[in-house]
Design a protein around this ligand. Structure first.
Ligand code: ATP
Ligand code: MG
Length: 310
């Protein structure tokens, strides 16, 4: 107890000293400006009148044309200005991103579509800010330096998250265009990528790793894996993180997910290694299920030949 009050008083006097220093160094006008900057941080901006139903207005219209999926738009896309988005829950939380199930619906009609919304983490969810929450209240007023640093960190993290999202959206668009089985990319806005939901009802399709295919199904899934890898290699890309966890199976169809780290196999000095690793990671799951190793080797040779690396 005694210790605690000691700490508090030391802290209080430091704080008073800090305030005094500021009064001495800055003119009243400058101080007024700082105060205004400080209160800006707490300004929550204009109050947004949410839609009468749903969790937000559809953000479809907030994306620029290039931030939307390639045309022709699938018939299930909801583009109505009056549409709303419902948050239906989390499909998966990850280190860098969380994937949510959302529904975009036109109120008072039967037009609605389920979609997956992958949101890259920015400032609010990082350890940095959790640390900030933890210490909140310890300081009545944080120092200018610290506030400036936090602002920059927040900005930096927001930027990084936005870049990952943009990279994933771009990869989805490119690969979708050449026929790789990826979810149709609906739109990107900031750190959020909205794509086709692969699943039945509200249940996401199982990851390849969770499936137990019989011999015929295994053969079919392997054929599809080969074809998807062929198409990507022809475009000069390796997935970069291909595995039975980043592929799902929906009604017998293999769909490739999680593409922000897609690798340009020519520009990247380790491009060939990424390609080989992708084939190995997926191939070893298939051989564990009964595929002949010979088939994996054959694919390896074929793809390295396509890439001009054999
Ligand atoms: N379009 C989609 N449709 C259905 N399920 C999806 C979709 N996108 C992602 N998921 C589910 O969410 C999981 C995580 O997605 P993804 O791999 O893209 O994110 P991640 O943050 O990289 O996750 P991790 O770090 O676990 O790899 C997938 O394994 C899949 O189960
Ligand atoms: Mg993943």
């Amino acid at each position: 107890m005694v210790r605690k009050s000691d700490n508090t008083s030391t802290f209080e006097s430091t704080r008073r000293r800090k305030r005094l220093d500021e009064d001495e160094i800055f003119s009243p006008e400058e101080q007024a400006r700082f105060e205004a900057m400080r209160s800006e941080d707490f300004d929550e901006g204009p109050i947004d009148d949410g839609p009468p139903v749903g969790d937000r207005w559809s953000i479809w219209d907030d994306s620029e044309p290039l931030q939307r999926g390639p045309k022709p738009w699938p018939e299930w896309i909801v583009t109505d200005l009056g549409a709303v988005d419902y948050e239906l829950g989390v499909l998966k939380t990850g280190k860098e991103a969380d994937v949510f199930l959302i529904e975009r619906a036109v109120p008072d009609t039967d037009r609605a579509v389920l979609m997956a919304s992958k949101r890259y983490r920015s400032a609010e969810h990082t350890q940095f800010n959790r640390a900030g929450d933890y210490t909140a209240g310890r300081t009545a007023r944080r120092s200018r330096d610290r506030r400036a640093m936090e602002k920059r960190t927040r900005f930096g993290l927001e930027q990084a998250a936005g870049r990952w999202a943009a990279a994933e959206f771009d990869a989805l668009k490119r690969l979708y265009a050449v026929g790789v089985a990826v979810p149709y990319p609906v739109q990107i806005l900031g750190t959020e990528v909205i794509m086709e939901f692969i699943g039945t009802g509200r249940t996401a399709a199982p990851r390849l790793a969770e499936t137990k295919p019989d011999e015929v199904e295994l053969e079919s899934l392997w054929e599809q894996a080969c074809e998807n890898l062929r198409l990507m290699t022809e475009q000069g890309f390796a997935h970069g993180d291909l595995s039975p966890y980043n592929t799902v199976v929906h009604e017998g169809r293999l769909v490739v997910l999680d593409l922000p780290q897609i690798v340009d196999i020519y520009a990247n000095p380790k491009g060939g290694q990424f390609l080989i690793r992708d084939i190995e990671n997926l191939g070893s799951w298939f051989t564990a299920k009964g595929l002949e190793r010979h088939d994996v080797d054959e694919l390896m040779n074929e793809l390295l030949t396509i890439a001009g690396m054999s």
